[in-house]
Write a protein of this length. Structure first.
Length: 131
């Protein structure tokens, strides 16, 4: 295997494309989809920071909404505008878990978010709870 070090220009120009994928929602009608976009590095940093308060401690109520908040962050219209807002987080939690998990799995995959990443966030939350 040959080794080639990427140039700055190739890296900066070649990795701008944010992946996206349509997740089928046959429960809502034939051909119905929800577009899921991966996060940029900046988007992911902001998403992860949203779980910490001013003191740096994790906000437990937000951890309980981890999946809903991920859907809000990643589900966008074709033009890139958000489908959901922060105001939808509680309502999203009341919907079918099987359909919701299908969407969440794509959000995670396109954003490079592993189960270990999620466990670390939850672990940090557990460590901040009072004894």
């Amino acid at each position: 295997m040959t080794r080639q070090v990427v140039s700055r220009e190739a890296f900066l120009d070649g990795l701008k494309h944010i992946p996206r994928e349509d997740v089928p929602l046959p429960e809502l009608g034939n051909g119905t989809v929800i577009p899921v976009w991966g996060m940029s590095a900046l988007d992911r940093t902001k998403y992860e920071k949203s779980f910490s308060g001013k003191s740096g401690k994790t906000i437990d109520a937000r951890i309980e909404q981890f999946r809903q908040r991920l859907v809000v962050a990643c589900c966008r219209n074709d033009d890139g505008s958000p489908i959901f807002t922060e105001a939808d987080v509680a309502e999203l939690g009341r919907h079918r878990a099987d359909v919701f998990e299908r969407i969440v799995n794509v959000c995670q995959r396109l954003s490079g978010m592993t189960n270990a990443d999620i466990e670390d966030t939850v672990k940090n939350s557990e460590e901040t709870q009072p004894a």
